[in-house]
Design a protein around this ligand. Structure first.
Ligand code: ADP
Length: 619
């Protein structure tokens, strides 16, 4: 396994001409309401090959091969037509699929403190780009900006963004997202639109230009200081700042207005995640009645007792009830949402059995459909790694070559249970001196939202705990914990997954946790063991063949690490085979097909088109 010292990305560079068809970044951004056409698009890259173009397979009815191990909600039968992308699809997300930036030396992503060519703040791709890859933008007419540096385009390489992109390409749809690249508005037309992918223009990317003040309040404020901690049950970490809610409203209005610009009579609007809790109702008031609105909430939903702490909680619920369809990863979050509506909106009629809510003359269908990963690509990437890569990584981090490897891969987020994991590792090493020198735990931590005090404090705690444990057990030749915040290339991540003997995924709560599924998909030798928190959404799918841990039960957690290391090869393979069946049987294509089948049903027939509540199967 080898971690590249140099990042491998673009091979060509093109210089951009100043001037051309771009737009003034500062001027009034009013747009007319005509729909976009090819001729509206600003000139963009025309060379090179585009991102993966595999289309949704339409396999929504995939059965799990392990009968003890049901996967996603599949109570409905879907035809290929039903599960293909609806016409006139408008996707709305915080993060954009393509981002134009001027090449001005190696940059860092201001949002997550990592290099711009990769990593993620959210596996869903809805919070920040969950894996993207920079590639030069062909020399083309671009904006009036005096910057003559070449422009690179970040392209989606993983997660939800990469899943939706080929589908929108096929459907010639529209994607509306925050334009956070410094060259973004120098390649858009007067209506802030650009056709993407740059070299194979297939759909319209409508960018929303947000001021630094708006981003700070809407994204780093209400989204990540209020909704994120609340939805994860950390009410004590909620930080209410005076203007954040108002900015959140304003930004939701901006996105809603953009949707109205693009929505035709038969539009299907599909919003992603917690940045847009208010937008659905705003959109409902402005687009034709015949158009449909759906949203997927990628993070947990809290109990009514916790949601009670939410400022404007009624407004948030009313906003979300502008949706015809509202999706969560797992049943318990969907149920918690229904409980909150029942408690805080007494005028709503909630049918728990059907998963429907009637409010203000509208029906919202609530479903649970767990998201999967691109299992085939993790499998393939893992198979392409070689022993050299592993040895190089061992040398780079001074890991003894015969050491067994444990692995953690997380954003540095207080929900991920990293301090609990470190305490369990400490307990394990204290009780098992025979493993000193023979087991090394690699913790890859990606700094995230570092300007928020709760995150900064959390990072300090994690780093100091690693130091303390390494001082306690480390020797001249061996450190029990190799902690790195270095950027890890996708192929190196896959190599780490493939070779890790034990993967520890120990969130205190997690909407899904894609890392757990990625590890399984990349475990091509089927000789690794997954330790999985019972509080991750992924646990619903993977519990029976992972080793379940309660992240707060330090002694049970430490024992589970020992159990994983001493498991027989046969048991490991048996478990991993079953896990792989689950992960491959409910991958990202499968999830997308399920979403589109649901969207089509809601769109075609209203909420009544889904006959009974889609449920995750019992384990
Ligand atoms: P969250 O969305 O809360 O960050 P998930 O586990 O669901 O948690 O998703 C994390 C995503 O980020 C995964 O797809 C994972 O592969 C990716 N990721 C994490 N660290 C890195 C890294 N260093 N380089 C590339 N991708 C990373």
């Amino acid at each position: 396994m080898r971690v590249h010292d140099e990042q491998s990305s673009p091979t060509h560079t093109y210089n951009l001409r100043p001037g051309g068809s771009g737009r003034d970044h500062e001027r009034n951004r009013d747009v007319d309401s005509e729909s976009d056409s090819e001729s509206d698009s600003a000139a963009t890259a025309t060379s090179g090959s585009g991102p993966g173009s595999g289309s949704v397979s339409g396999s929504a009815s995939n059965a799990d091969t392990d009968s003890n191990h049901p996967t996603t909600a599949r109570t409905m039968q879907t035809s290929n037509t039903e599960s293909s992308c609806p016409d006139s699809l408008i996707v709305v997300s915080n993060r954009q699929p393509y981002r134009h930036t001027y090449d001005e030396g190696a940059g860092t992503d201001e949002e997550n403190g990592t290099e711009t060519t990769g990593t993620s703040d959210s596996g869903s791709g809805s919070d920040s780009d969950s894996g993207s890859q920079s590639r030069p933008q062909n020399g083309a007419d671009v904006g009036p900006n005096s910057n003559t540096n070449p422009i690179s385009v970040d392209e989606p390489t993983g997660g939800l963004t990469a899943g939706i992109d080929p589908v929108l390409q096929e459907a010639n749809g529209t994607w509306i997202a925050w334009g956070d690249g410094d060259a973004d508005f120098d390649v858009t037309n007067q209506r802030d639109c650009v056709r993407v992918p740059p070299d194979d223009e297939a759909y319209t990317l409508r960018r929303i230009d947000l001021s630094e003040e708006a981003v700070d309040a809407y994204y780093r404020g209400f989204s990540n200081r209020v909704l994120w901690p609340l939805c994860h049950g950390f009410a004590e970490l909620v930080e209410e700042r005076s203007d954040d809610l108002e900015w959140y409203r304003t930004v939701n209005e901006r996105f809603a207005a953009a949707v109205a610009d693009h929505a035709s009579d038969d539009a299907v609007v599909w919003l992603q995640d917690y940045h847009f809790a208010l937008a659905p109702r705003m959109i409902r008031q402005t687009i034709p009645d015949s158009a449909s609105i759906a949203q997927f909430w990628h993070i947990p939903w809290p109990s009514p007792a916790t949601f009670d702490y939410c400022p404007a909680h009624e407004e948030i619920l009313e906003g979300l009830l502008g949706n015809d369809l509202l999706g969560f990863h797992v049943e318990r979050y969907a149920n918690a949402f229904l409980d909150c509506v029942r408690r805080f909106l007494p005028d709503a009629t909630v049918d728990h059995e059907q998963g429907t809510i009637q409010y203000n003359g509208q029906t919202t269908r609530v479903v649970a459909t767990p998201m999967g990963v691109d299992a085939a690509s993790y499998d393939q990437q893992a198979r392409e790694t070689d022993a050299e890569q592993l040895l190089s990584l061992f040398d780079r981090y001074d890991i003894p070559r015969n050491s067994a490897i444990g692995l953690g891969v997380d954003r540095l987020d207080y929900t991920k249970g990293i301090p609990e994991r470190l305490t369990a590792l400490e307990g394990f090493f204290a009780e098992n001196p025979r493993w000193h020198g023979d087991f090394t735990f690699i913790q890859k931590a990606t700094p995230s939202r570092t300007e928020i005090p709760a995150y900064a404090r959390h990072g300090d705690i994690v780093r100091s705990e690693v130091d303390r444990i390494n001082r306690r057990f480390g020797t001249d030749d061996w450190q029990p914990i190799v902690y790195t915040e270095d950027y890890v290339e996708h192929e190196d991540l896959c190599a780490l997954y493939r070779h890790a003997d034990v993967m520890i995924v120990s969130p205190l709560i997690d909407g899904m946790n894609l890392v757990a599924q990625e590890y399984v998909a990349a475990s091509v030798e089927t000789d690794g063991t997954l330790l999985l928190s019972d509080r991750a959404g992924a646990h619903e799918r993977l519990s029976s063949h992972a080793l379940t841990i309660d992240p707060t039960d330090v002694s049970g957690f430490a024992t589970a690490i020992g159990d994983a290391l001493s498991m027989t090869p046969q048991d490991r393979t048996r478990r991993m085979d079953a896990l792989r069946s689950s992960v491959f049987g409910g991958d990202i294509d499968d999830w997308m097909a399920t979403q589109f089948a649901l969207l089509r049903r809601v769109h075609g027939d209203g909420a009544a088109g889904i006959e009974s509540r889609e449920r995750t199967q019992p384990m």
